[in-house]
Design a binder for this molecule. Sequence first.
Ligand code: FAD
Length: 824
Amino acid sequence: MKYLIVGGVAGGATTAARLRRLDEKSEIIIFERGEYISYANCGLPYYIGGIITERDNLFVQTPTSFGTRFNLEVRNLNEVVAINRGEKTIMVKDLRTGNTYSESYDKLVLSPGAEPVRPPLPGINQDGIFTLRNVPDTDRIKNYIIEKNPRHAVVVGAGFIGLEMAENLHLCGISVTIIEMAEQVMTPLDYSMAALVHQHLKTKNVEFYLNTAVSSFSQANGRLVVKLNSSKTIEADLVVLSIGVKPDSYLAKEADLIIGETGGIVVNEFLQTSDNNIYALGDAIEFTNPVTGTKMITYLAGPTNKQGRILADNIVKGNYKKYKGAINTAIAKVFDITVASTGVSGKMLGKLNIPHTDSIIHTSSHAGYYPGAMPMSIKISFSLDDGRLLGAQIVGYIGIDKRIDLFAQAIRQRATVYDLAEIEHAYAPPYSSAKDPVNIAGMVAENILDGITKPISWREVAENTDDNYFLLDIRTSDEFQLGSIDGAVNIPLDELRQHLDEIPRNKKIIAFCGVGLRAHVACRILMQSGFDEVYNLSGGLKTFETACQKQSNEDIFANDYIGHDDHIYQGSKEKLVKKPIETANLKVVNACGLQCPGPVLKLKNSIDEIAVGEVLRITATDAGFYKDVKAWSNVTGNELVELTQDGGEITAIIRKGEPSVQSVARQGGNNATLICFSDDLDKALAVFVIANGAVASGKRVTIFFTFWGLNVIKRQKKPAVKKDAFGKMFGMMMPKSSKKLGLSKMNMAGMGSKMMRMVMKDKKVDSLENMIQTAINNGVELIACQMSMDVMGIKAEEFIDDVQIGGVATYLEQTESANLNLFV
Ligand code: FAD
């Protein structure tokens, strides 16, 4: 037998190797129009970014090694230009010589792959505009980066490969702008899941435009000018087109093989084309999607490799092995997060009118008590009739791959969400929880199917304009104060049973919490208390807020300029992006686990310990630190050399600024004075949070305690002091020390302040007493108002150490050098 194979990479090489293993005697020839065969397309972006350092590592085989190992002929740089089906021959052009020749076959295999879409936009053929499909494309991009040292790249299209390219160009030190025509990146994801990716890209300083298309390319001043359909222009030095691919089915079409409406070669379940002697596989074929029943092309290496094996078996042994189709299981690394999907998204099921419902959970990669657990968001779509799983999407940091594979298997086996709830998994704390996230996704879906809970999507809530929803936030009042959905009413879960009469019975009750777990308990209470229309906001406030906030990230490089030293600067001249960092005397500071303003305070104290020009690296896990450290560096005149986020851990490298810059900040009109009039615990906390933040920013801070505010700075164990009758009376009625302060609202006879302290402890927020001590340690001046002390009969001995006694003049003197004066 004589087998000819068109295409020598994923599908072609796999098929050839299997054919040989099954049929030692046959003649096998691979035709590849490129120079290379059997290389790792999927690794190409990572070679450009420098993660794969050796170019040779991209090549799984060379034409010679492959030929020798499998005793076959590899004709690279030979392009098949025509198929004569009647004669069972192909026409081949030798690209080295330009000669054309004919070759006969018994069986022909087509694995020509897919080609990148290159729309006919004005100026698209300019220098510096690339697509990425193969090794020569990769070499061109890599060499261009080395030779031209581009500063700014535009990636057109935010699919999986577009985002991989964005990350790898970013790794090369290039500022990256992504232009995406859709309203979201990664179209296989639903919008709410893509929104998580958008927010992550923002933290990576990637600029991206959504709902925006490129209308033309031109050149100006030696740079590319990318014009958008919004009329905005972006200057760039490099453009990568990642708009999509289409099947390279031209040869098959010319040979009158049947081509489907997707543009792919039509094959049967044995991967045989409309000609019995020609088989086809890979990116060039269309096949029925087992979930939707519609024709589809799968542009993925995994299915191609599996098809190669099935197809070779069918050729050698006669058609006996059926290909069942692929469900598009895909995964990509996008900076620190991993994004994966399998089956069909909710929006695609909707478009195809396939009845289904969706549910979202936010959970952890493994047991929360074992260090290193990271957040994971899962969305599944399933049939309302029988619970069959139809699709799953995951965004998270670790353990995403194994979960998506479990979902993929469940979909392929036509399993239901009931099966998911019971799926058996290996568990030990470093790897999972006793109920794996996959089980939990199944259990939530099971509750929906069984009518135990009713989900409502973030979109339904966000788009509802009628007055028929009662938004019930069942989180604690502290959480509620930090922000909620507009119009929501707060009844904490633990108080819900006592407040049922405050909930209207003529409206749809939309219960929500942070992620949906506590809201489920609330829904159960309400449903069993006679409320009919009760819904749990799927994915809770996390999904709602992520999906409702601004998604795109435009104009972030607007203030960039190139310095005389040829580096890119962002925003201000002090901020150097590419300067090498001296690591010899690098001071390393770990602020992980501390909550705001802990990391900034630790940074301030640590920078005080190093000399001007020396560099410090601080790591923190408080999400707010990413913003705070930029502001802090700006205010204090220290230089933020680098700011990165790696899997939830934020690392900042800071070079200490000149003393003059620092001292100007402290001595000039840049200081802060606060008047603490109140002895409410929450207000006192606010005073010290601001004071500690201000002192960390290089301000000199003075707090003037007057009237009730004096109670904040009383010591706990006070010496006996002589007081008159008024003094004794006030003393009895007022809080004895900071520990006894109540809340300004919802104090509930002291319960409120106790709860507040508990929550603060849980969330690793410093207690008021610690904040006061920190302020003192950092040089904050505490001045007690003499006049108020006299009126209220409070003696100096009653105060904690380091409190000075002063009058209004002392306070006014301090305000002279302050540009921040607050009354609390
Ligand atoms: P290819 O592997 O593209 O091979 C087709 C070959 O046929 C080409 O070398 C072409 O030159 C040759 N050819 C075409 N016509 C002729 C002709 N007439 N004569 C001679 N030779 C011809 N998939 C994943 O699953 N995961 C990933 O992470 C991933 N990353 C990717 C990253 C990049 C940058 C790219 C380009 C693709 C990626 N893919 C990924 C997709 C994956 O590589 C493809 O799905 C897979 O290679 C398809 O195999 P194929 O054999 O159909 O086509």
